[in-house]
Ligand binder design. Sequence first.
Ligand code: NDP
Length: 344
Amino acid sequence: HRVLLTGANGFVGSHILSQLLSAKHSVRAVVRSQSKVDAVRADFPSFSNLDFAIVPDMTTSGAFDKALESTPPFDTVIHTASPFLYRAISSNHEFLDPAIMGTTEILKGVQSVASGSVKRVIITSSFAAVGAFGQVPDANKVYTSADWNPTTLDQALTTEDLGIGYRASKKFAEKAAWDFIETEKPNFDLVVLNPPMIYGPLRHSVPKIEDLNESTMRIWNLFLKPENTPKTEMPPNGLHLYVDVRDIAKAHLLAMTTPSAGNTRFLVTAGTVTSQQIADILRSELPETLSRTPKGVPGSNGLPETAFTADASPAEKVLGMRWTPMKETFAELGKQLLEIEKAQ
Ligand code: NDP
């Protein structure tokens, strides 16, 4: 396949890029600046099946038109670019506008300059677009792809709570994509992937801990930063559903190559993980963590019996998803974070 991949320099995007290139697909990576082109090139030095486009602002009209022109033409577009780094955000507009307008721009772009060749657009949405996050009771609920986060756009625009803003950005970006398909009836179909928290080793170079992406930074802060001690109270990990970054990257490739996946929304999760389980893995696999990772009650799980879950069986059945063991996800990530700390 000839693939256009947005957000190619990110935590998730760089794993997708790696798997696409290894599978011999030809990829145009879209990033925001020349320095990001240089960074991706440095992480993937030996691939001739990689070229680049720079789109500095995906909220402008026709933002992706030039990037979408290609010989040979694109078969598939994978759109992962969307703001998630809370520390870079000062108002919910900064979450909402690029998420929503970036999504509509890529779809409009495909329709206007690549509609003869692109058969499928794959969008990285999130469980953030699905879960209720306390807005309505969800004890014992098994979320499915029929569920939507109940937040309204008005709520997101009138609160300073960035969590609500991020989650609304994912919901309304995804809604805009499905609306586009319904109203425009384009020549391509859509696959949307809804992962919860994504964890696991980094494929892109991160020189300093302060440069970590949002989900990885949360693992660092809760379990690995030197200020923590074994006595630190076991912190809640926010959302207890997760998926390994290599698995969600694989889901994007499977979404590309599975014809029957068209016009489907997939919850992509390996299931639940609690802070206690993450701490237990880090403490048993990495001796350096014994002095800084909260201890809690090793072997317990800490998840209330009424905790909600999500049904990933369609992703297993239709896409053929299988899940990386939890121990590999967190042990490999933890080891890598300690190496970054040492080298910085
Ligand atoms: P990163 O922050 O590592 O990557 C985000 C990517 O989006 C980067 O390429 C970034 O480019 C780009 N981006 C961010 N803001 C903008 C903007 N305003 N305009 C254009 N591009 C932008 O995060 P992840 O890799 O984790 O996120 C990738 C996708 O996965 C996102 O859609 C996110 O919502 C989704 N996701 C992530 C989860 C996780 O736990 N990590 C969970 C569920 C979904 P730049 O480097 O230039 O800022």
